[in-house]
Design a protein around this ligand. Structure first.
Ligand SMILES: [Mg+2]
Length: 176
């Protein structure tokens, strides 16, 4: 039960280590990507060279990509505009509402979607509920905003349970 909801399909050290070619070959064509601590630190308002290189690679491989964040419009909107990428703020991950809205807008099929994020309780739980291909990354930086700190406490419990089952062990990357 815990694996169905909380185990990611893939686990990478960072978003920049994901093999996009492989995902494309497997038939995926759409990426919903978290921002805070996945692409940049939560308090870093600007995208950097690594982010632009990642987006360029997505473009070359003809992935559609959107940013999906629980953070506010100011942060997410500015970041999205700098990257020229469609963005969704206050996404209430892990609820399904925003994912459904995006699928609807892009007329896409859930079996072609990859979700990338650094939090099990929002990014991975939400993506698994939607039956997307979920990829967990290690958080880029340890500092989190307050509500994320609360999530991290519960996340530790989930990590422990998944580690007990040998299905997710910190630093043992797979499926990417
Ligand atoms: Mg995050």
């Amino acid at each position: 039960m815990i694996e169905k909801y909380f185990k990611p399909n893939g686990y990478a050290k960072s978003v920049f280590d994901i093999d996009l070619n492989m995902l494309k070959k497997q038939g995926y064509n759409f990426i919903m990507c978290d921002i805070d601590n996945t692409l940049v630190a939560h308090d870093n308002k600007d995208p950097n060279e690594l982010v632009f290189a990642f987006l360029k690679q997505c473009e070359l491989l003809k992935f559609d990509i959107v940013f999906i964040s629980n953070n506010n419009k100011k942060r997410v909107g500015y970041f999205g505009e700098q990257c020229k990428i469609d963005y969704y703020h206050f996404s209430t991950k892990p609820l399904k509402r925003q994912y459904k809205k995006i699928l609807n807008k892009y007329q896409n099929d859930p079996s072609k979607v990859v979700v990338i994020g650094d939090q099990i309780l929002t990014d991975i739980l939400g993506g698994n509920r939607m039956k997307f291909y979920t990829i967990l990354t290690d958080p880029l930086y340890q500092k989190d905003i307050t509500w994320t700190k609360v999530n991290r406490i519960f996340e530790k419990i989930v990590y422990k349970k998944l580690a007990d089952k040998k299905s997710l062990i910190k630093g043992e990357y797979y499926g990417v």
